[in-house]
Each structure stands twice: as C-alpha cells, then as structure tokens.
Design a protein around this ligand. Sequence first.
Ligand code: G1P
Length: 290
Amino acid sequence: MKPVKKAVIPAAGLGTRFLPATKALAKEMLPIVDKPTIQFIVEEARAAGIEDILIVDGKSKRSIEDHFDSNPELEMALEADGKMEKLKMVQETTDINLYFIRQSKPRGLGDAVLQAKAFVGDEPFVVLLGDDMTRDNVPLTQQLIDQYKKTGESTLAVVKVPHNDTQKYGVIDPMEKVGEDLYQVQQFVEKPNPENAPSDLAIIGRYLLTPEIFEELENTKPGKGGEIQLTDAIDSLNKRQHVYAHEFKGRRYDIGSKIGFLETSIEFGLEHPETGAELKAYIKKIAKDL
Ligand code: G1P
C-alpha cells in the first residue's frame, strides 16, 4: 500500500459569501485572529505527515502564493529589531513543499480536483477544502489516513447536520457500519433537498481518494448548478471500489459562512494568549446589554 504523502487544496472559489471583502482579496487569506484560514488547513495536512501540497487557485489569489513565499525585506527588519519570535513565525510558512496551479474557469470542485491529476500521479492523496476547519486529538486528515491503512480504499469525512441543512452539502446514503465510525455507502448525493435526503450525514471538506478518482472525474458530466461535482465522481468510483464515510466526532468550524466565521474568530480569540483575557471581559460586558 502506497503511503499518503500528497494533498490538494482547492482555493479557486470566488468567495461571494464574503463580498465585498473578497473582491480583491482571496477568501482563504481572511484571518482567524491573526492567521489566514488557509494556513490552518496547510497545518492540518502537515500534522498528518503530508509532504507535498498542491493549491488549485484562480484569479485574485496571488496573495496566497505570496503568503507562503519568503519576504526578505520583512525578515531583515524583524531580525534587526530582535523580534525573533515573529521572524520564526514568518519563516515557518515558507518551509513547506507547496505547488500552485490555476483553474482557469470556475467549473466546479470536481474540475478543480481534476487539475491535480499530473501532480498526484498514481498515489492516494487527500483533498482539504478551506471552508471547514477541524480540531480533534488526532487531526481529521490523520483519522482518514488511519482508516485508509485498514481498508486501502477511499474514505471521506461526514458529520451529522440538522436535517434542513442537507441542501448545503453532499450527503451519504449509509449502507452499514463496517468499523468504528466507518460506513459503507450506498450512494453519494450532492446537495439534496431535505425531503429527498437519504440521511443527515453530510460530507465535510476532507477526502482521502485513490488515483482512480481522476478517471471518474474525466467522465463526470456537469451536475448540480451546472458544475462538475466531486460528489458525483465519488459516487461513480464507489461502484468500482469502495468509498467509505468516516464520521468525524471532533469539533468542526464552518468558516465558509459569516456566522461560522464570527463564532470561530471568537473561540480562537478567547484562546489566544494576546487577546483571550480582554476579549472574555469584553464579551461579558456587552452580553449584559444584549
Ligand atoms: C462542497 C461539496 C459538498 C460538500 C461541501 C463541504 O460544496 O460539493 O459536497 O458537502 O463542499 O464543505 P460547496 O460548499 O463548495 O458548495
């Protein structure tokens, strides 16, 4: 069994939910307190032993490449001022094997992942979407890799969502439980209405896929919203080889929505050594007047 060493992060979305902030700025660069969200995603991948990461970006995304590049002027200034911790922080983000490719037209998530075909080659790989941040004792990407080591087949992450929310996600029709938190799946359906949803188990943005997914993606016709859907390609792959669903029980932060983004910012702000105490006092103060 080949080890999982590569990750793909699609980051070509237009970020329309965060306009006007995302008119010129990549939504992946919006910070939770002081760290761009894409850095959290890259760190999760690295914590799972991923060595090479491909970011599939689009127009107005130059800032992502710059963020993970060196910045000699800034580094020299920090060093001259003796700000060694900040220097370390800035240099850490350049010490990663990152690759970039552009998705020239926004044809959907499936098409974005297809851009990674040459990069991935004949290896299993993970896909991490930037709209979900996760936290658990074992990082979610590592949990998927651990399941893969047992089955040798594709596995994606699902969580239970309120029934009315199924139309926001890919949803699974679970067949049977085949291991701890692991389901064999009958069908994968992209964004079903609550009336037709086969379950409340929704796909969150973490997938471990075998390279056979690319053949399926090449044959996938536009689906929901006229876009090439990764969920549809996964459903086809599941007819050839299993695609399992791993139920994630840790903490998930939905940073793709405004309210989720604000909640995450508050939670991380409360934990941050520089802001925690003051933010807590402030929240207590304003809560009295709400
Ligand atoms: C995408 C996928 C969907 C998945 C979701 C998770 O949708 O198409 O199946 O449930 O990510 O975040 P998007 O949120 O890009 O519309």
